[in-house]
Design a protein around this ligand. Structure first.
Ligand SMILES: Cc1cc2nc3c(=O)[nH]c(=O)nc-3n(C[C@H](O)[C@H](O)[C@H](O)COP(=O)(O)OP(=O)(O)OC[C@H]3O[C@@H](n4cnc5c(N)ncnc54)[C@H](O)[C@@H]3O)c2cc1C
Length: 169
């Protein structure tokens, strides 16, 4: 597990149910995760920690991951650690640059919508992980899709109704 925030530690502890051991490689000398998550992680015998380390490389044999390489930020030494899986949780960046000109993004690039998935631009909706929200999961994305679909349908229907009314006059 690479990272020391909430996601890295929560997922790391979860993975101990399947893995023999989980090593957290973190660039600082303490975790950023909330206190309760740290407590759970430190109480778990399967959790190991490598502090002050820069994650450098994932190595494999062509079919599978075999090890990872990291460097010690204090000594500058390189280390290799056998590993069968790597999970990187060092922050996420939404791919929303294309929408920057619409004025619908917050300071971190997430799309701002109301609870009906409408952005501030009429007819433009946003759903899923790109939205500014607390929980990024399949269940939330799917629910939002339903709302946006319904909203888009109504929006187009309203336009058609306006066209009809204009033609009738
Ligand atoms: C490691 C990991 C584990 C997860 N585990 C779970 C889990 O157990 N349960 C759960 O519910 N959720 C889980 N999630 C979260 C879940 O995957 C997301 O919440 C969900 O996929 C969001 O759906 P989405 O459609 O918004 O985005 P995505 O699934 O990311 O889909 C976006 C799609 O848009 C495409 N795209 C991007 N830019 C462009 C472009 N310019 N033009 C065309 N296409 C583009 C991408 O290639 C991608 O296919 C996990 C996420 C990660 C990273």
């Amino acid at each position: 597990m690479v990272g020391g925030g909430d996601s890295a530690i929560e997922e790391g502890v979860y993975l101990t149910q399947m893995a023999k051991s989980v090593t957290v490689i973190h660039r600082r000398d303490q975790l950023r995760a909330q206190a309760i998550l740290q407590k759970r992680a430190f109480a778990n015998d399967k959790m190991k920690f490598v502090w002050n380390a820069n994650f450098e490389e994932i190595k494999g044999d062509g079919d599978a991951i075999t090890s990872v390489r990291y460097s010690d930020k204090v000594t500058g030494e390189d280390h290799e650690l056998n590993a069968k899986g790597v999970f990187i949780y060092v922050g996420i960046k939404p791919m929303t640059d294309a929408f920057a000109g619409l004025g619908v993004l917050d300071d971190n690039g997430w799309v701002i919508t109301d609870d009906q998935m409408k952005t501030s631009v009429p007819g433009v909706f946003a759903i899923g992980d790109v939205r500014a929200k607390n929980l990024r999961q399949i269940a939330t994305a799917v629910g939002e899709g339903g709302l946006a679909g319904q909203g888009a349908f109504t929006y187009i229907q309203d336009l058609a109704d306006k066209d009809l009314a204009a033609t009738a006059q």
